[in-house]
Design a protein around this ligand. Structure first.
Ligand SMILES: Nc1ncnc2c1ncn2[C@@H]1O[C@H](COP(=O)(O)OP(=O)(O)OP(=O)(O)O)[C@@H](O)[C@H]1O
Ligand SMILES: [Mg+2]
Length: 190
């Protein structure tokens, strides 16, 4: 079974495949109110109304059918979110973009574990580092922002997809993730 961080990867990869060049990921985890929500917004090719209605059906996919006939990203997300008592919403407009929002109820025994969120952010940024990623991660009252344009500017680099950048970013994201979840966390503007 997929954990929530893998669902985030799946949905963000849909945005990459839809040829978005700006992808925003909002993650809001409330340990007190026991919910985990995320929203992924892209400026990719979008979908028409007919496709939006069919998109949660696993037999609907525009992926290469020589490789696999079913598209699982959205249908698995919907099944898992709803099993926990949550929901998934999708809004899309052709040539404008797509927004997918999911909510998981964390007090349900059927809620999947959050998983390695920092690792998911790192993989997305490194694998498609030419895109502008903006990730806003909230945990209770605290948050951090990862903005790849700002990171490139600060580090004075054009690309984030090198071995050196990988280890710098890995350490940076791990630190942000640990600060946001423990006392003494800093606010990171962006
Ligand atoms: N952000 C998006 N922008 C445009 N089209 C999308 C987006 N997300 C999904 N779609 C469309 O919905 C279809 C179903 O998506 P889904 O993630 O469920 O399966 P898939 O991506 O085709 O396959 P899989 O996720 O299993 O690799 C996609 O094939 C694509 O046509
Ligand atoms: Mg997919």
């Amino acid at each position: 079974m997929r954990d929530i961080s893998q669902h985030i990867m799946d949905i963000a990869q849909n945005s990459v495949k839809a040829r978005a060049n700006e992808i925003e990921i909002l993650v809001n985890e409330s340990p007190k109110e026991k919910y985990f929500e995320f929203e992924i917004r892209d400026n990719g090719m979008g979908m028409d109304e007919k496709m939006c209605k069919r998109v949660f059906d696993p037999f609907v996919t525009t992926r290469d059918k020589k490789i696999r006939h079913v598209g699982l990203g959205l249908s698995l997300l919907k099944a898992n979110a709803e099993r926990s008592g949550g929901y998934v919403e999708l809004v899309s407009h052709p040539n404008k973009g797509t927004r997918v929002k999911a909510l998981f109820k964390m007090d349900s025994i059927d809620c999947p574990p959050v998983g390695a969120l920092g690792g998911a952010f790192l993989s997305l940024i490194i694998c498609d580092s030419a895109l502008h990623w903006r990730i806003i991660r909230k945990y209770a009252e605290k948050k951090y922002i990862l903005d790849t344009c700002k990171i490139k500017k600060t580090l004075g680099v054009q690309k984030l997809s090198s071995v050196k950048m990988y280890s710098i970013l890995k350490e940076y994201i791990e630190r942000l993730e640990s600060n946001v979840k423990h006392n003494g966390g800093e606010e990171h503007g962006g």
